[in-house]
Structures are given as structure tokens and as C-alpha cells.
Write a protein that binds this ligand. Sequence first.
Ligand code: ADP
Length: 264
Amino acid sequence: MNAPETRLDLPYYSPCGHEEAIFESAWRNRLPLLIKGPTGCGKTRFVAHMAARLGLPLYTVACHDDLTAADLVGRHLIVDGDTRWSDGPLTRAVREGGICYLDEVVEARKDTTVVLHPLADDRRILPIDRTGELLEAPPNFMLVVSYNPGYQNLLKGMKPSTRQRFVSLRFDFPEGERETAILLRETQCPADLARRLVGIAHGLRQLKDQDLEEAVSTRLLIYAALLVRDGMDPVVACRAAIVESLTDDPEVAEALMEVVSATF
Ligand code: ADP
């Protein structure tokens, strides 16, 4: 039998541990899931992979600091002079079944907690004040949220009362061989280039705590590989796709470029 990650009909995802089994078990038991990890480490791809594998529609919301409960639940709109209710993505997922994935959930306004809490515990309900409805989530509804603990300040971190409603997975960047395999699969670049880029990533990740807010992501390595595959000089590609995306500070950029120059 084929391993699940080799199924070509699914968004490609290379697992690192028990995350697929945990997702499926959470799903079977109607438990919500929280995925935490740095940006660009595969959280969104994982959710897309699992949704396809379970045959579920996926409603993704990229949360931001203006996102309110109404953006998730819905609002009245005026259409041709009539006032009509329009479901938000969360309500649609609850009505129709499927996975609602709230990416960077801690960015959203605090009033979103009021709608997420009763959905995330065993009540599994969504009260819609404005229409007077009380929706019960069907068995095939699942709430998945993600956030990046790295750059959250204390105020923005997730409150324990919210966190403790979720089964939680910690993600990190794939280890060397797996990250190389991901680069090869995502970009079809030469194996030697993939290995060198992953080597640069390791070098840069060691510098991370010194001057950088965030470590280089697998996503940026993919960008660099695509530019090189397109004919760009590797050093130029790494500056544009990796270094300048990591820092605005020219001195830090030059320090990062030393790691690149040592490789190419
Ligand atoms: P996040 O949601 O954590 O910010 P993404 O899921 O968007 O990050 O990952 C960024 C890119 O990195 C993906 O589009 C994919 O190309 C690649 N990627 C990272 N981790 C994996 C993985 N484990 N399997 C397959 N692709 C991965």
C-alpha cells in the first residue's frame, strides 16, 4: 500500500512524526486542533493535505488585527435595497460541514473568542446573535487554528482558557534530509542546490537568536531554489529570496550574506 504522502491526488505533505494520526484522531473524536510553529514551516500545507485526505471542504481564514467576530460569523448586507444575511466562513463551515482553519488566530480581535469558545469545547455550538440562530456543529465540522508563538508579545499570546480547548501540535522546520526532499519535490531543482540551500538555512538558523525576529523558513528556501532554477546566480537569488526577506538592517544582511557566500 502506498504511504499517504505519496498519493499524488493530495497536496504534498511530508510528515515528521505523529501529526497525521493526531489530526485524524482529533477529527474522529470531534476535537479542535491548534497548530503552533514558525512561519513557513508547513502548517497550512499540512491542513490542506489532511482536508483532502479526509475528503472535507476547507475554509481558510488568514486572521489579521482588524478581523472581528462578524467577519467570521457573517453580517447583514444591503443588496438591491434589501437587507440580507450573509454567512461568514466560520458559519458556512458549521452549516455545511468541513474544516475551518483560522491561520494566525491570535492576530484576530478579542471578540472572536466569544464565538470560538462554545465551538471549541464539547458544546460545539455557534450562536449567531444577529439572526437569533443557534447552530450545532455537525459531526464533520472541525475547527483548526494556528499561530506562531515566536513573535507574539505576551499580550497577543493565546489565553490559557482558549488554548486549553484544543489538542495541540508543535511544528518546527523539517530536519535536513526532509527539508532537502521537500525542496526537490516542490521545485524540481538539482539535488546539490537543494542540499546547499538547506545547509545555508542551518547556518542562518543558528544565527537566528542574535539579530533576527524569525528564522529562515522552508518557504524562502523554495523561493531561492525557484530563482536559481530559473537561471539566476545563486548568491543573487539567496540575497533576494532569503536575506532581504529576513531583515531590514543592512549590517545584519551582510552578516547573513557571509553564510551564503561561504556556500556558493
Ligand atoms: P505555514 O502555514 O507554516 O506558514 P506553509 O504550510 O505555507 O507554512 O509552508 C510553506 C511552504 O513550505 C509550503 O507551501 C510548502 O511548499 C513547503 N513545506 C513546508 N513544510 C512542508 C512539508 N512538511 N511538506 C511539504 N511541503 C512543505
